[in-house]
Design a protein around this ligand. Sequence first.
Ligand code: TGC
Ligand code: FAD
Length: 402
Amino acid sequence: MQDIEIQKSHKADLFESPDFYSIDDLLTEEHKLIRASLREFVKREISPIIEDCAQKCHFPRHIVRKFGEIGAFGPTVPQEYNPNGGLDYIAYGLMMQEIERGDSGMRSTASVQGSLVMYPIYAFGSEEQRKKYLPKLASGEYLGCFGLTEPNFGSNPSGMLTHFEDKGDYYLLNGSKMWISNSPYADVAVVWAKNEQGRIHGLIVEKGMEGFSAPEIHGKWSLRASITGELVFQDVKVPKENLLPNISGLGGPMKCLDNARYGIAWGALGAAMDCYDTAKRYAIERIQFDKPIGSFQLVQKKLAEMLTEITKAQLVCWRLGTLKNEGKATTAQISLAKRNNVEIAINIAREARQILGGMGITGEYPIMRHSMNLESVLTYEGTHDIHLLILGHDITGIPAFK
Ligand code: TGC
Ligand code: FAD
């Protein structure tokens, strides 16, 4: 976490999103304005630095305040707790799309803060907790993280070992969490742990509490501009007022994941669009055999298939967003969208990389970074296969997890 000098790229970010089926007609003017302002923000604040940050494995901590200013944290939280809030789920999705178009790690920062930290405090917290934490998280004064996964319990979080005991005046928390986005810099952590009866509860743990540490995980080849760490609890005395009072059981973290996975479905679409847009431009400009490579049928096939998958994914996102707005989106519907959109994005990144030939593997273009990032996106918030099993369960009524 040392200071690193980041070189700004002077290459213009010319990104334009495809809209082959006029899906913009389904958006409100407010949606389009929000998307335009996030796109401009990404071009100004993220695109110039992101490649160097990723190359140097550096999390640009200053972006947290900037995300707060633009309203990217918890936009669906009511304005009473978030002055930039009160927006609908399509607006939230479009924000995640635009941010991940810039970088999946940047979207991670925003979606963890909004869906996995602010959402549980808003949905399951006391009025005092909402007032104490939400405005600071919304503005970016605080950075938050979400601790569910443990070293030995990833896909199967209900087996978690992290636990707390009621000591009368406080809860005594012990255990550890693994692979936690934002954790080394986080001011607050929403931590899921079992009580003496083995029931899962959420606790708000603050930086500086004795016995609490958050070491960084080094050596990632993916999400290099996002910071990931552990959470270690050794006899941490958590004040009783830090327990989220209005939820218990695995359903608590799972409801948070429903929101975050929804945002990832849009985010992955953003990464796919960036790869497509980059490859399309390159195919028109790059000359081989005296012609633009875009004139060859094999290159056109790649571009046509990318656009087809992006268009289908856009429709999935829009429809899922309308269901979310009506409070009707199910966990399985969200799994379908997360699973499909991450898969198409990773495939599009791979095809786009081929269109760029050797240039595709360099940091001159964003494709290899997206491609590596998407490997994490395929795994976190439920792996590709876990989402398939969630769908299988929904179709047959038979769980195949165990
Ligand atoms: P199962 O027996 O199915 O359910 C146990 C209890 O949980 C309830 N439940 C839900 N409630 C509300 N909404 C949901 N979506 C729910 N899903 C489950 C269920 O009703 C039951 O309640 P109760 O009261 O009867 O106990 O659970 P299982 O143990 O068989 O596991 C099911 C499974 C595999 C689907 C689930 O555990 C799962 O999704 N695993 C994947 C884990 C995961 O996604 N981890 C993500 C960690 S966070 C993260 O990755 C952040 S990355 C962020 C970034 O950087 O962007
Ligand atoms: P495992 O659960 O060990 O799975 C390994 C393989 O086994 C996978 O292919 C999986 O699909 C397969 N598998 C497991 N069970 C089954 C089954 N029943 N049937 C078929 N196949 C199965 N977690 C947090 O709590 N908070 C965070 O902020 C967070 N951020 C992350 C950031 C990054 C960069 C990464 C990589 C992970 C992050 N995670 C976070 C953790 C993430 O959610 C887990 O990695 C993920 O849930 C998978 O758990 P695991 O890595 O332990 O893999």
